[in-house]
Design a protein around this ligand. Structure first.
Ligand code: ATP
Length: 367
């Protein structure tokens, strides 16, 4: 096995709540097996709704400092029912939202890939037939107003949609550059960036589109395409193979990411990365699923694949090709297990336990 040349890489690891600890444990075992024991140094850190309940702090200063200083952040999931702030908002969400804004993680990357062995609700598509990435702008858009909207006399509420040239340019540049690294859309092999907005209705979205057009000038080798946010919900069901990379305003990106995930097996299989210029946070697309926590039935696949995304990001950042190869081994092992059909997690209609999935993936890795 090739060993990464650099490292050890320090990984700020927050297991969090609910199924967070079990899926994180699974990911750590797989990542260590893929990279070798000494390549990744996982620092286990406090944080989450349970920690808030015990201490009044969802993200302790030591955890924040470690996330800032270390090479990457791996997060299980955070949030517990009933653990809310006095205004009723969920405490758990605040963990990664604080990290997102403090570390300026402006690109929320959600690969939507149909793996072999997973049955899509879209009957026409098989493994490999759906393979695109949604890049959701993560720091502005409608969600920029979180905690700052106006509620007047119980009669009137408003939140402002914020689009800036700086925020849009950098996420568009990220998305075009991502397309350049990929092999194009499954349908025609074209490298294509689709801009998802409502430019027909709001000036702010027309501006989002115009800025993406400006950035396209730097990437003449990539096709540009446009889709209104309502229309794309239909396209993602009828012709998902047309898409390569999609860039979307924050709220639209949030919504279409979950739609896309549903077409390739759901949240338990979908990884995510929140990436800025210097930091990257990786976690499964799902929440803490407290209803199934501690029962060994959660699927660890999303967190394991998020770990593979983390390896690729680190590989790119440090020019460490061995990490890239390790990521490839993890992805191949996951796909091999799913394709074999012997171990199928509960959320994909099987009965394999979290621990059984992990052991099967480790075996497929040759560990
Ligand atoms: P959040 O708002 O924090 O994203 P959520 O309310 O959308 O969370 P999840 O915590 O993701 O919801 O859980 C939704 C349901 O999906 C859970 O009830 C659980 O049954 C299922 N689920 C989520 N993640 C997994 C997983 N990794 N494996 C199996 N089932 C899962």
């Amino acid at each position: 096995m090739t060993r990464p040349a650099a490292g050890p890489y320090r990984i700020a690891t927050i297991e969090g709540d609910g199924i967070g600890p079990e899926v994180t444990k699974a990911a750590l075992a797989v990542l260590k097996a893929a990279c070798g024991e000494d390549t990744l140094d996982f620092a286990m850190l406090n944080g989450g709704a349970g920690h808030y309940r015990a201490t009044g702090d969802v993200l302790p200063d030591e955890t924040m400092a470690a996330c800032r200083e270390m090479d990457a952040i791996l997060h299980g999931a955070a949030g517990l029912p009933g653990v809310v702030y006095p205004d009723g908002t969920e405490v758990g969400n605040d963990l990664h939202l604080r990290l997102r804004f403090t570390l300026d993680l402006y690109a929320n990357v959600r690969p939507i890939k149909l793996l072999k062995g997973v049955t899509s609700p879209l009957r026409a598509f098989e493994g490999g037939g759906i393979d695109y990435v949604i890049v959701r702008e993560n720091t502005e858009g409608l969600y920029a107003s979180r905690g700052a909207g106006v509620l007047l006399r119980g009669e009137y509420a408003s939140d402002s949609l914020v689009i800036t040239r700086k925020g849009t340019s950098r996420v568009a540049r990220f998305a075009f550059a991502l397309s350049r690294k990929r092999n194009g859309a499954p349908r025609d092999g074209r490298r294509r960036l689709t801009v998802c907005d409502k430019a027909n209705i709001l000036r702010s979205y027309a501006f989002f589109r115009a800025v993406c057009d400006d950035v396209h000038g730097e990437f003449p080798d990539i096709d540009i395409d446009y889709a209104y946010a309502d229309a794309i919900t239909v396209h993602l069901l009828k012709r998902p193979d047309f898409y390569d990379v999609i860039v979307a305003e924050n709220m639209f990106g949030d919504i279409i990411s979950d739609l896309g995930a549903a077409t390739v097996g759901g949240m338990g299989i979908s990884p995510s990365g929140e990436i800025g210029d210097s930091h990257g946070l990786f976690q499964g697309a799902h929440g803490s699923a407290p209803d199934i926590a501690g029962q060994d039935v959660a699927s660890p696949v999303a967190t394991i694949l998020s770990g593979a995304m983390m390896l690729r990001w680190l590989a790119d950042k440090h020019g460490d090709m061995a990490l890239d190869e390790a990521a490839g081994r993890v992805e191949t092992a996951v796909e091999r297990v799913l394709a074999a059909g012997e171990h199928v997690p509960a959320d994909l209609g099987g009965s394999a336990r979290c621990s059984e999935m992990t052991t099967a993936i480790l075996r497929a890795l040759g560990a």
